[in-house]
Design a binder for this molecule. Structure first.
Ligand code: ZN
Length: 239
């Protein structure tokens, strides 16, 4: 017979947004907030309020962004990117829709798409965070969401490239037949804008009439060109 777990002893491990508590032989699932780790919802009420209404400074790349990539917003976006908080994408997508409606760029869109992450990253996470956000945006705007962009050779992307080549962003290839279309491209974080501008080039090469670029969060101009993984982020802020 299997040994009984004594009362009061619990093992816990964090998997995605759910903490698994093992207590007395039973598994209990506990959702925690992506922003502050409080047990309860995927994003708690306090963090929801913290994400509202903070438009980032306009940047030279011209990408529309819902919020600055800082503070609580940064924690939430990084949890989606590096800790698989997939449920968070829907909430972030809604905030981006609000910003697009404010800017007036939501009208007359023919299709919504996203700047795909590399095949390797997608495999690691099990989903593409930009696609998750784009699908929410498309659904809420009532515009079809389609995969229009691929990253050729992305299974080996970024390896064997120089730093300057990586900073130029990935090269995309767009699906043909976009003549006259007004396309919205969505990403999670915009830093230099190289990724989204590369996406726009590819779509325009296939005839897209107008390409709107949007991201959930925008890094302040002074932060530089790199989005740090979650566990490094706190130290970077302190530095
Ligand atoms: Zn919270």
């Amino acid at each position: 017979m299997r040994g009984r777990t004594p009362w009061g002893e619990a093992n816990s491990s964090s998997i995605n947004s759910v903490t698994v508590l093992i207590h007395d032989g039973y598994m209990l699932f506990e959702t925690r907030c992506a922003g502050c780790d409080t047990p309860g919802q995927a994003i708690c009420t306090t963090c929801r309020f913290a994400l509202i209404g903070r438009a980032p400074q306009p940047q030279a790349h011209g990408v529309i962004a819902a919020m600055p990539f800082a503070g609580r917003a940064r924690d939430v976006v990084l949890s989606l990117k590096y800790r698989n908080r997939r449920q968070v994408a829907r909430h972030l997508g809604s905030l981006l829709v609000n910003r697009l409606v404010e800017s007036g760029d939501h009208v007359d869109l023919d299709v919504v798409t996203w700047a795909p992450t590399s095949v390797r990253r997608r495999r690691q996470r099990g989903f593409d965070q930009a696609e998750e956000i784009a699908r929410t945006v498309g659904r809420q705007l009532g515009v079809p969401t389609r995969r229009l962009l691929t990253r050729p050779g992305s299974a080996t992307a970024q390896t064997g490239k120089s730093r300057s080549e990586r900073l130029d962003g990935p090269e995309f290839v767009a699906r043909p037949g976009l003549q006259g279309r007004r396309v919205l491209v969505v990403d999670d974080v915009v830093t230099t804008g190289a990724t989204l501008l590369g996406a726009r080039d590819a779509l325009e090469q296939q005839g897209a009439h107008e390409v709107i670029l949007a991201a959930v969060a925008s890094t302040p101009a002074a932060v530089g060109a790199k989005v740090l993984p979650f566990r490094h982020a706190a130290r970077a802020v302190a530095a």
